[in-house]
Write a protein that binds this ligand. Structure first.
Ligand code: NAD
Ligand code: K
Ligand code: MN
Length: 348
């Protein structure tokens, strides 16, 4: 590749503040990556209120036809049902078959070379579970009744299982915890658990994952243990909803949601995305933490094989956090988004 075409979808709220920061950080990498070309794309709640469409066809087309990868900010989805609106990030994950959401949660040790107290990755299935959004409201004998369909397939569970084993196998500890609730949901979560467990015995694997140790944990006690002894976890693989909740919870362990990156990954495309939402409480104040987005850019580059550029971004972010002088208010600092970006650029 001589150039890298990166779709930028800031979407709503602080997405508009943190995605431009990630763009600057990517540009600053210079020749460590192919020359970046940015393609501005729209989607989100504001786009919907303006045009009646949350995910314009042109955005989807550009991602499919033009872009090598993308960065997504955050959407402001209303909590009530709005006719015609559907969260574009949920649609994008399905439409681009970005079946895995990989969310590393790593604390920064006080000294370089020290072991971080939290160093885990949540691997979240990204296309099914309750997020198929098949909900129904009916009138029952005693008032309204709401029902939702939860879909777990062998196909998607195997794909996410493969991704999780591959990741676990590449990490020093090679430990995988399967998260489920099959003591209650024996059919749905049971299928997820059994399918993931069966991955190492697939004919195509032929012993490749023999070095990976496998544990399992019911989702509720997994949250409990996550808070009490986060060091027991390495890679955690979970169905969509549990993975979403677990990764926000894990974010609390390292100080802020504003630090946690992710990629939405499929076999053909990758989209970086901070784990946090549009943060309406701090929107337009210029104080959103850009580090989750810069780290998401690093994860995206790493996924594409640009290890050097990714490492440089991660090291710069770690140094800013370790020094603790230029931080946004979520990390008890007094700096702005721009000041934190400039601190990172200064460390590159
Ligand atoms: P949120 O992640 O937006 O915010 C939770 C808390 O964390 C808030 O106090 C916020 O100020 C803080 N926070 C989050 N990111 C931060 C950052 N970068 N810097 C500093 N502080 C940060 O979650 P929410 O409040 O539950 O949701 C708000 C909106 O975001 C909702 O409309 C929701 O639908 C949407 N959302 C979108 C996504 C997505 O785009 N994938 C994910 C989660 C929530
Ligand atoms: K987001
Ligand atoms: Mn979430």
């Amino acid at each position: 590749r001589t150039s890298l075409k990166i779709g930028l979808i800031p979407a709503d709220g602080i997405g508009k503040e943190v995605i431009p920061a990630a763009k600057e950080a990517i540009i600053a990498l210079g020749s460590d990556i192919p020359k970046p070309e940015f393609i501005d794309l729209v989607a989100g709640w504001e786009c919907f209120t303006r045009t009646g469409v949350a995910l314009p066809e042109e955005t989807l087309e550009s991602l499919k036809e033009e872009c090598d990868c993308a960065l997504f900010g955050s959407v402001s989805s209303p909590s009530r049902k709005v006719v015609g609106y559907s969260s574009p990030i949920v649609s994008l994950r399905k439409k681009l078959d970005l079946y895995a959401n990989i969310r590393p949660v790593v604390s920064v040790a006080p000294e370089v070379g020290q072991k971080p107290s939290v160093d885990l990755v949540v691997v979240r299935e990204n296309t099914e579970c309750l997020y198929v959004k098949q909900e129904k409201l009916t009138d029952g004998k005693h008032g309204k009744e709401a029902r939702a369909t939860r879909v777990i397939t062998e196909h998607a569970s195997r794909k996410i299982g493969l991704m999780a084993f591959e990741l676990a196998n590449s990490r020093p500890r090679k430990h995988l915890t399967i998260i489920h609730k099959s003591n209650v949901l024996s059919i749905t979560d049971g299928l997820f658990r059994e399918t993931v467990r069966a991955v190492p015995s697939l004919p195509s694997i032929s012993g490749k994952y023999d070095g990976v140790t496998i544990a399992e944990q019911l989702v509720d006690s997994a949250v409990y243990r996550l808070f009490r002894e986060p060091e027991i976890f390495d890679v955690m693989v979970a169905p969509n909803l549990y993975g979403d909740i677990l990764s926000d919870a894990a974010a609390a362990l390292v100080g802020s949601l504003g630090l946690i990156p992710s990629i939405n990954a499929g076999d053909k495309f990758v989209m970086g995305e901070p784990v946090h939402g549009s943060a309406p409480d701090i929107e337009s104040k210029g104080i959103a933490n850009p580090l989750a987005s810069i780290r998401s850019a690093a994860l995206m580059l790493r996924h594409l094989g640009y290890t050097k550029g990714a490492d440089r971004l991660d090291v710069a972010v770690d140094r800013v956090i370790r020094e603790g002088k230029v931080l946004t208010p979520d990390l008890k600092g007094t700096s702005t988004t721009k000041e934190v970006l400039h601190a990172v650029l200064g460390k590159l």
